[in-house]
Write a protein that binds this ligand. Structure first.
Ligand SMILES: Nc1ncnc2c1ncn2[C@@H]1O[C@H](COP(=O)(O)OP(=O)(O)OP(=O)(O)O)[C@@H](O)[C@H]1O
Length: 298
């Protein structure tokens, strides 16, 4: 479990985070969402000790971070960032096998893990294991980055916009792949993004940060449809519609169509139907939306 208790952070006197409280339970997928500069990356880096709080305490598995051995801790915490950070002079095999090797595992065990994680992340071993990072596509490099983190058998994964540089189709597939692995292995995951739809599709809970404060920590549905502050409302306003459209795309509104007035049911466009639902019955939209999320994850 990860816990922030009254955590504040200043850089050169300027306050970035102010008395933040947060709990992430074991196996949970939490997304830190917020505008650029809102302090998301700073929060993430406080979880693996790359940044220290100016005040307050960060606890990992009920122990204060400052009492833990950081080298040991970081080997148990996967960290994947946008530009991957693969070692350029190491082959794919060596990159993925690095953490097991540092842990003193035998060559056969290392090979087993590299093969296992390459397979799980849809990377062909024969084709890619001996390649160097410069010869990989962006999507392949990101998969290698995830495989490398996973080979360290982390109980916590920190993801800092790891998918944002990829083209949409590949991004969607890697996100789904990671989400499935994360659930199966019950890896506590904290991901930073400023993309609401990405947050919605992946998160068990979203933590929305603005002006150095947590505005709301909630399920994706509640964050979008029951915003607690004006800042949450402002952040989600545009995407509420986009999210609803996504719900309709896969017809998850169908079970509720009989509740729409006849004229809309028979003649209206999807957009009108949505508008009706959005105006008249948030419950229906929330249900459709939750269904969309579940179907996306299958
Ligand atoms: N090492 C540092 N020294 C000084 N200021 C910093 C440092 N790291 C971050 N900041 C400042 O703290 C604020 C929050 O930065 P942070 O990277 O946490 O934001 P973010 O929400 O992750 O933004 P983005 O989405 O743009 O990555 C920014 O104003 C940034 O300039």
């Amino acid at each position: 479990m990860i816990e922030f208790s009254q955590v504040s952070k200043n850089f050169e006197g300027a306050s970035v985070l102010n008395k933040v409280n947060l709990k992430v339970n074991r196996g949970e997928f939490l997304v830190l969402l917020g505008a650029s500069g809102s302090g998301k990356t700073t929060m993430l880096k406080m979880i693996n000790g790359m940044e220290e709080p100016s005040a307050g305490e960060v606890m990992i598995h009920d122990k204060p971070l400052h009492q833990l051995d950081l080298v040991h801790l970081r080997r148990r915490i996967g960290y994947v960032i946008q530009d991957v950070g693969l070692f350029p002079h190491y082959s794919v095999f060596k990159n993925i096998g690095l953490l097991p090797k540092l842990a003193g595992e035998k060559p056969d065990d290392i090979e087993f893990k590299v093969k296992h994680w390459m397979k799980r992340l849809d990377l062909d071993y024969e084709e890619h294991a001996n390649k160097y990072p410069e010869n990989l596509s962006g999507g392949q490099a990101q998969r290698v980055g995830l495989a490398r983190a996973m080979a360290g058998e982390p109980d916590i994964m920190l993801l800092d916009e790891p998918f944002s540089a990829l083209d949409p189709l590949i991004r969607n597939q890697i996100r789904k792949d990671y989400r499935q692995i994360q659930k199966k292995e019950a890896i506590t995951t904290v991901m930073v993004t400023h993309d609401l739809l990405e947050a919605v599709e992946l998160a068990d809970k979203i933590c929305l940060i603005a002006d150095g404060e947590i505005q709301q920590i909630d399920t994706p549905e509640r964050l979008i449809f029951k915003p607690k502050t004006d800042k949450v409302k402002a952040f989600t306003a545009g995407d509420k519609y986009q999210a609803a459209l996504a719900a309709c795309k896969i017809h998850s509104l169908k079970p509720y169509v009989h509740q729409l007035p006849n004229n809309i049911r028979e003649e209206g466009t999807l957009l009108e139907a949505l508008q009706f639902v959005e105006d008249k019955d948030e419950q229906i939209l929330m249900k459709a939306f939750a269904q969309y999320k579940e179907q996306w994850r299958e």
